[in-house]
Design a protein around this ligand. Structure first.
Ligand SMILES: Cc1ncc(COP(=O)(O)O)c(C=O)c1O
Length: 501
């Protein structure tokens, strides 16, 4: 790591730094009560100034508060703030990260058309792509995000979107966003990047050619595991008018909206340059059709919770990232761990990519493969490890202040078939970790104890594949670093979990 995320430069930057943006952008106290914190506007609907004002709002001819399914003033602050962090032309907040992905794709892609997506992504997104998209008559090709020829080969005349996670969940696969963007752009296809794991603190996809960025704000943005939310950001770079016949919803009169042509009515001053009102053809359609019709709205309370989280995002990402790398180094030295999928490690095949694209680190979500002998049951081994952990909560989530653990093959990615799981590099002993904000010495002590119940330090499994990742002579495996009160970490989740003989 060469720099600290969110660090404050000596002189004031030309654009606000992350730390300032996180705490200020999008909100100016202005109500008679003048609250310094963003208020939770808990109102289902908003009173129109006049009949004419109401008609104009419904006709998309003016901006303003209408009905909370379409947006709230609390949500509007969140949208401005995330947009500023990502450097887009505007944003749309929705009820979950899943909704952010779904609304983005369904705004771009219709029945009979096609999506190309990474095969190393969050299992819920794979479910959406391989099951629900099929119901909608949308075909999907999943490709290895690192195989650029596969992206090229998968594109068809009817392809309308490409989707990749910047840092893939759960294997921390690092996509070369610029290279993928160049390929899909050559075919007139926009690139959507899910930036949930890295957050804009560590990676800004628009600087690498992405056209749309989606987030599960449930994770690091909220940061405390309290509220589900999602955000879509438009980079304003995709030109729907370059091949207008491919995008009739945007480029031809839309009868539903009194024959408005979205690319004319909401045109940007120039590619990537925001309008005063934060609108764009894509964002207006996503809000007034996708969210309006399907209804995945964000509650004002959840928007407030995510805003609270964002105020400390760069501080937290710094700690998360540093701790995760320290934990990864500890894990790669333990004989119970066959592989550590953390590209920040020098031994990882994608380490050079990590240094190039993620100079501040790759965040704190990564996986390990537990060592498993040929005569052992991988599910039992995984269970013995997970149930021996005390500090790590067994939770289907990432990006919490608390450290979390999950068994992707039977939990978050359990709907994938065996072939899809293999392509996603998820084995039956793959364990995903999300490193929290606790003292890292407590975390390594907890992990060390649980790993010792899988395989005590010094003992190797018969037929074990160590994948060449064990580095001899590093920290004594399973042992807390010097000076750490290891006894402060009690018992284990499964009190009956036996230490193997
Ligand atoms: C990378 C990624 N994208 C999207 C989602 C979906 O987000 P949510 O759970 O907020 O709907 C998740 C959830 O784990 C995720 O990890």
């Amino acid at each position: 790591m060469t720099a600290s995320p969110g660090s404050v430069p000596a002189s004031a930057p030309a654009t606000p730094s992350f730390a300032t943006t996180e705490t200020h952008t999008g909100y100016v106290p202005g109500t008679p009560q003048n609250p310094v914190a963003v208020p939770i506007y808990q109102s289902s609907a908003y009173e129109f100034e006049s009949f004419e004002a109401a008609r104009n709002l419904f006709a998309l001819k003016s901006s303003g508060n209408l009905y909370s399914r379409n947006g709230t003033p609390t949500q509007a602050v969140l949208e401005k703030r995330v947009n500023a962090l990502e450097g887009g032309v505007g944003a749309l907040a929705v009820g979950s990260g899943q909704a952010a992905v779904a609304v983005t794709l369904l705004t771009l892609v219709h029945t009979g058309q096609h999506i190309v997506a990474s095969n190393k992504i969050y299992g819920g997104t794979t479910d959406l792509l391989t099951d629900t998209c099929k119901d909608f008559g949308i075909d999907v090709t999943l490709v290895d995000p690192l195989d650029l020829d596969a992206w090229e080969a998968a594109i068809r005349p009817e392809t309308r979107a490409a989707l990749v996670e910047g840092v893939g969940n759960p294997i921390a696969t690092l996509a070369d966003v610029r290279a993928i963007a160049d390929i899909v752009h050559a075919h007139g296809v926009p690139l959507v990047v899910d930036n949930t794991v890295a957050t804009p603190i560590l990676f800004r996809p628009f600087e690498h050619g992405a056209d749309f960025v989606v987030h599960s704000a449930t994770k690091f943005m909220g940061g405390h595991g309290t509220s589900v939310a999602g955000v879509i950001v438009d980079g304003g770079t995709f030109d729907f008018t370059a091949e207008p016949e491919k995008w009739p919803t945007f480029t031809t009169p839309y009868a539903r909206y009194a024959d408005l042509v979205f690319t004319e009515e909401f045109a940007l001053p120039a590619p990537g340059v925001p309008r005063e009102d934060g609108k764009s053809p894509f964002l207006v359609l996503a809000r007034s059709k996708g969210v309006h019709d399907l209804g995945p709205s964000l509650s004002p309370f959840n928007a407030f919770q995510i805003l609270q989280g964002i105020e400390t995002l760069s501080l937290r990402m710094d700690r998360h990232t540093r701790s995760a790398l320290e934990v990864a180094r500890f894990l790669e030295a333990h004989p119970a761990v066959a592989k550590v999928h953390h590209p920040g490690l020098e031994s990882h095949p994608d380490h050079a990519t990590a240094e190039r694209l993620y100079p501040q680190g790759i965040g704190s979500v990564f996986s390990i493969d537990l060592a498993c002998g040929e005569d052992e049951d991988p599910i039992e081994v995984s269970g013995r490890f997970i149930d021996s952990l005390t500090l790590f909560a067994l939770v289907a989530n990432i990006g919490d202040a608390r450290s979390l653990v999950v068994h992707p093959a039977t939990m978050t990615h359990s709907r994938l078939n065996a072939e899809q799981r293999a392509e996603a590099q998820i084995t039956l002993t793959t364990i995903r970790l999300s490193i929290g904000l606790e003292d890292v010495r407590d975390l390594t002590a907890d992990l060390g104890k649980a790993l010792d119940r899988v395989r005590p330090a010094g003992q190797h499994a018969a037929g074990q594949n160590t994948a060449g990742q064990h580095i001899a002579g590093q920290a004594t495996a399973g042992q807390a670093p010097a000076g750490h009160p290891a006894e402060a970490v009690p018992g284990g989740r499964g009190a009956s979990a036996a230490v193997p003989a």
